[in-house]
Design a protein around this ligand. Sequence first.
Ligand SMILES: Nc1ncnc2c1ncn2[C@@H]1O[C@H](COP(=O)(O)OP(=O)(O)OP(=O)(O)O)[C@@H](O)[C@H]1O
Length: 277
Amino acid sequence: MTAGRVIVDEDGDGLDDEAPPIVVRNLVSQFGDNVIHDHLNLTIERGEVVGVVGGSGTGKSVLLNTIIGLKQPEGGTVEIFGHDINHASRKDWASIERSWGVLFQQGALFSALTVRENVAAPLFEHTRLSRAEIYELAELKIALAGLPPHAGALKPAELSGGMIKRASLARALALDPQLLFLDEPTSGLDPISAGAFDELIKDLSDSLGLTVFMITHDLDSLYTITDRVAVLAEKRVVAEAPVKELEHSEHPWIREYFLGPRGRAAAQSVKAAGRSD
Ligand SMILES: Nc1ncnc2c1ncn2[C@@H]1O[C@H](COP(=O)(O)OP(=O)(O)OP(=O)(O)O)[C@@H](O)[C@H]1O
């Protein structure tokens, strides 16, 4: 079911060409009596890289899981490219699922499979391409994610933390998604690897026109690659703005986050590297 309007779908991918990638309206999420989101609203436009921040336990992962349909909301709606995901037909759901790639926090690679097989898995599941075509595409995605060619034959246990992130990214990109979800993509990486991963995400979003929803605690990532930041607090999105504007917010958590010692250091280092306007 579409969200109350006629969909425009000139490219035939089953998605509304004119609707925003993500519209969350009046979302209510709870576990028993524990209310996590109380009428939360968030819209993400095409091509935007949006960082999602908030204190521990504010419901960032629950929001991601609800947007990708792993958790049913207790109230409100989630629309992906014009489709209400909780009332989508099987056919629409297939189109919705193909529109996104997800990079989970721990990578979530299949440990018994090689990197190449991991990247090939969504292609086997969602396309009718031949085995040879699938493996050729998998090699392309592995290169796109910045891994050396020999990495395709390795198992996850043989990879460094940075390589695991890149292999997971290659798998998230397997179906040429328009929308990429990243759950703390730089967590566990050293600052140099984290910086390189940020650059990769930025390059990919620029060159492929990807829309990116990125949960992060990494202030450097917020300063270097996001167009906008959504702040979760008090069970909803309390601010949505470019990171530079949030520095002027009066909200106590936002002030502490951006103007505390770590926030100031991130702002300074980005300024020193000339990576911000
Ligand atoms: N399956 C579940 N059952 C019950 N409660 C849950 C479940 N998943 C999450 N919660 C609760 O929902 C709240 C939000 O959790 P969530 O993991 O979304 O927080 P977060 O903002 O991602 O935190 P962090 O930054 O620490 O990763 C927490 O209070 C958590 O205990």
